[in-house]
Design a binder for this molecule. Structure first.
Ligand SMILES: Cc1cc2nc3c(=O)[nH]c(=O)nc-3n(C[C@H](O)[C@H](O)[C@H](O)COP(=O)(O)OP(=O)(O)OC[C@H]3O[C@@H](n4cnc5c(N)ncnc54)[C@H](O)[C@@H]3O)c2cc1C
Length: 471
């Protein structure tokens, strides 16, 4: 029997799209090039036997709070989220650290002179999130709560650097906000980086910054298991080289960024649309390192030893400069390093008493420079003796990252820049649709964009259901 819909790629958005279509009783088949499912949501023994590392995503601030995922019976399909006591820690050279906890109050209290400013920024956001969530995480259009959205957008559309300076007086709060905003992979003096700081900062206060027990692969496996329970099929080791070779189906949804999409479907597009996809901009690359450690990281600041996510970059000024370097084709001497230590909260990741650590820093697109010494120097800066704990390392350069997944052109893990223009017209003004009837894009190169929360897949599937899968 021919499927109603075919999905190319089993990343979180591909699986989400397949689930939304399968939930309506339609037959869906997913073709995945790799031998394992999950795309940016996979885990593997990258260093030594018994050490489970997340190949790509490690912490899922939007996963737990995804309007789609939270409606799915993922726990029944093996997913367990671990909510850490400390969401994010950000150490400084003097041995102190700024810390985001679940509670806004507790976080604010620890920020001393910026206590009230932090409360004023995040308390209304947390209160209003249920009302504005749908507006923030959906297609651009007339908001359901225009007043609240205007207040949010006024802040979110600023640069993180400007908002942090305007809001906070002291180094701790400024750097905490800047480090969180740096997940947006844009220079922090560019708009709308404040939006990343606000949304991801807010996620810390509504139960976010969680990790799947056993590794990111468990989330992909739970999505796949639920999809199969709905009758969906997944074929791995099946790289699609042209959409012409797919079984006939009313809808084809590609979990692809523009470059690989052009390779398999470019010949079907009119020249104007092809050119628009060719103009789509990819951003900075990422240099990633995983370690197997013979003990926990010896942080100078004790709270860092309780935080799965640690941001290493010192002051806001330093982080702004490091991100600007990567963006402008330079390699920062002291790169901003995002570090995750999953085994602190999930002993299943490493053999007894041993640990894993995951990091990356932003580098110029396609960079070939060995950033390992600089990354390890940044860790040593806040955790002297770190190198003595290393049992093994696994490095992924931007080229390795693209080889691992062609969506991530020259190591851009965001599948395209999320500046103001590409936030809205992503990858073109047609968003999920293409000029070919029945052919859709459902990857993180569509709105709302990067991250593991399935909403790009959800919206693409909804459009396909409305346009070509009605009967
Ligand atoms: C190193 C790294 C760290 C990250 N950290 C985080 C994090 O901590 N938290 C977070 O939320 N996000 C993180 N991300 C981003 C997140 O992983 C992505 O935004 C997310 O996976 C995008 O999902 P997707 O379904 O759009 O595409 P992808 O996850 O890219 O999946 C696309 C799938 O399509 C397959 N495919 C490609 N071409 C073909 C073809 N021709 N035929 C068949 N299959 C094909 C690929 O093999 C892949 O499985 C990280 C990404 C990377 C790379």
């Amino acid at each position: 029997m021919s499927p109603d819909a075919v999905v190319v790629g089993s990343g979180p958005n591909g699986l989400a799209a397949a689930i939304v279509i399968a939930q309506t009783g339609r037959k869906v088949v997913v073709f995945e090039a790799a031998d394992t499912i999950g795309g940016g949501c996979r885990s593997a023994e990258l260093t030594l036997p018994g050490f489970t590392h997340d190949t790509c995503s490690a912490v899922h601030p939007l996963g737990l709070n995804s309007p789609l995922f939270r409606t799915l019976p993922l726990a029944a399909h093996g997913l367990e989220w671990i909510e850490p006591e400390v969401m994010v820690a950000h150490p400084f050279d003097d041995g102190s650290a700024a810390v985001a906890y679940l509670s806004v109050e507790r976080t604010a209290e620890a920020l001393g002179g910026d206590r009230d400013a932090y409360r004023r920024l995040f308390t209304p956001l947390v209160r209003n999130w249920p009302s504005i969530e749908a507006d923030v995480l959906r297609l651009p259009g007339w908001p359901r709560h225009p007043g609240l959205m205007a207040g949010f957008a006024w802040r979110a559309l600023q640069s993180a650097d400007a908002l942090a300076r305007r809001t906070f007086e002291h180094a701790h709060a400024r750097a905490l906000f800047g480090g969180i905003a740096a997940h947006g992979m844009l220079p922090l003096d560019e708009r709308p980086t404040a939006g990343f700081g606000l949304v991801l900062g807010l996620m810390a206060h509504i139960g976010g910054w969680v990790l799947p027990r056993g590794g990111a692969q468990r989330l992909a496996n739970a999505l796949a298991s639920y999809l199969r329970s709905l009758g969906g099929e997944i074929v791995t080791g099946a790289a699609v080289t042209s959409v012409d070779e797919l079984p006939p189906a009313k809808a084809v949804l590609c979990d692809l960024s523009p470059k690989p999409l052009l390779r398999i479907a470019g010949h079907r597009f009119p020249p104007r649309y092809r050119r628009a996809l060719e103009r789509y901009r990819y951003g900075m690359g990422v240099y990633k390192v995983d370690w197997a450690l013979d003990g926990p990281i010896p942080w100078r600041n004790a709270t860092c030893a309780r935080a799965p996510t640690v941001h290493l970059g010192g002051t806001l000024e330093e982080i702004v400069s490091s991100e600007r370097d990567g963006w402008s084709g330079r390699h920062s001497e002291r790169p901003f390093v995002l570090l995750v230590q999953p085994s602190l909260v999930d002993p299943s990741r490493a053999p007894g008493g041993r640990h894993t650590a995951w990091t990356y820093c932003h580098v110029p697109q396609g960079s070939e420079l060995d950033m390992l010494p600089r990354i390890e120097r940044q860790i040593e800066r806040f955790a002297p003796g770190f190198r003595d704990r290393v049992l093994a390392r696994a490095v992924m350069t931007p080229a390795d990252i693209e080889r691992h997944n062609p969506n991530l052109f020259r190591g851009d893990i965001g599948a395209g820049v999320t500046d103001l223009r590409q936030l809205l017209a992503r990858p073109t003004w047609r968003t999920y649709s293409t000029p070919v009837r029945g052919l859709y894009i459902c990857s993180a190169s569509t709105p709302p964009g990067v991250g593991v929360y399935g909403m790009c897949g959800y919206f693409a599937a909804r459009r396909a259901l409305k346009q070509v899968l009605r009967d």
